[in-house]
Design a protein around this ligand. Structure first.
Ligand SMILES: Cc1cc2nc3c(=O)[nH]c(=O)nc-3n(C[C@H](O)[C@H](O)[C@H](O)COP(=O)(O)OP(=O)(O)OC[C@H]3O[C@@H](n4cnc5c(N)ncnc54)[C@H](O)[C@@H]3O)c2cc1C
Length: 105
């Protein structure tokens, strides 16, 4: 199980990084690089409150793009399942089977 459900990382005087912040990739499952970079950002943020956490911003952009791909894959997976069920249903209908046999003859 890999947590990729980002809900924020900056909670006042508390910060989340890496998997704890849900920064891993939902698409590839990778999260080591994101954990290191978000750790760097939060360390800099603790030292300098004005630090912009640009690594985390970039990670979130990448995640947003990946999650759009994930949603598309999930929708297509559902369609593939529906198509397969329809094919199975068609094969169960006797007259289609007979029609198929006539065509082969
Ligand atoms: C099977 C699997 C394969 C993966 N393969 C890849 C891969 O190929 N490439 C990649 O980039 N990512 C991969 N990942 C994801 C990657 O492991 C994580 O995204 C990454 O390790 C996150 O680092 P982290 O420091 O945020 O968390 P973690 O590496 O989980 O570190 C958290 C640490 O905190 C400790 N801890 C927890 N609770 C407490 C507590 N109460 N007190 C003290 N310590 C505590 C834990 O024991 C742990 O050592 C994989 C994950 C899994 C599960």
């Amino acid at each position: 199980m890999i947590n990729y459900d980002y809900k924020g990382h900056d909670f006042g005087n508390k910060f989340l990084i890496g998997d704890a912040a849900g920064l891993a990739s939902g698409l590839t499952g990778e999260g080591i690089y994101f954990a290191i970079k978000s750790g760097e950002d939060v360390a800099k943020k603790i030292i300098n409150k004005k630090y912009d956490c640009h690594n985390i911003k970039h990670i979130l952009e990448v995640k947003s793009f990946e999650e759009r791909i994930l949603r598309t894959l999930e929708i297509n997976r559902l369609w593939a399942k529906v198509e397969m069920e329809l094919v199975i249903l068609l094969f169960k209908i006797r007259w289609i089977e007979k029609l198929g046999a006539k065509i082969i003859d």
